[in-house]
Design a protein around this ligand. Structure first.
Ligand SMILES: [Mg+2]
Length: 172
């Protein structure tokens, strides 16, 4: 049961992601969350650092797709600015959101990673879908009020997994 909440990799933020490590794991697709993973919650302020990171992933041969539970119009704006496709309207951790992302990328689950900042949506959905699950620390503490409540439980699970040596921050 716990393994469904346990990320395969736990990193500070997307900029700490070692693309060569993913290549060695034969991963070529990345499904990525937007709120508090790529951008602060509900923000559409895309800076050069983020654009450069997305471009680097593309140059290294990775296919990217945004998967978000947030409103479709804002997701579309961000996806267009970054030049990558997006899935919205299906709710993580439901498998459908991830399945649609896989269809867009044309990759198999075992060659695809999912990156997100929430255990109960991003990580649970990724693990259920057979993807390589990557947890990042949330960019900010601003978020949907429902998420704030869930964070308390998330914090407990994270602490438990750390105590049991199941996860290590920034360790490949
Ligand atoms: Mg998020």
């Amino acid at each position: 049961m716990l393994e469904l909440f346990c990320p395969d990799l736990y990193i500070e933020n997307i900029y700490k992601l070692d693309l060569n490590y993913l290549k060695k794991k034969n991963i070529r697709g990345i499904l990525i969350d937007i709120d508090n993973t790529l951008l602060p919650w509900n923000s559409a302020d895309i800076d050069n650092k983020l654009i450069n990171w997305v471009n680097l992933c593309k140059e290294e041969g990775f296919l990217l797709c945004i998967i978000s539970n947030n409103t479709a119009s804002r997701i579309r704006v961000c996806a267009n600015k970054l030049g990558i496709p997006a899935v919205s309207g299906h709710y993580k951790p439901l498998k459908r959101a991830f399945k649609e992302g896989l269809n867009i990328l044309g990759t198999k689950p075992e060659e695809t990673a999912a990156i997100g900042d929430q255990i109960f949506t991003d990580i649970l959905g990724a693990k259920r879908s057979g993807l390589f699950a990557i947890l990042v620390k949330p960019i900010g503490d601003k978020e949907f009020f429902g998420t704030k409540i869930i964070r308390k439980f998330e914090g407990l699970i994270l602490k438990y997994m750390e105590r049991k040596n199941l996860i290590f921050l920034n360790r490949y």
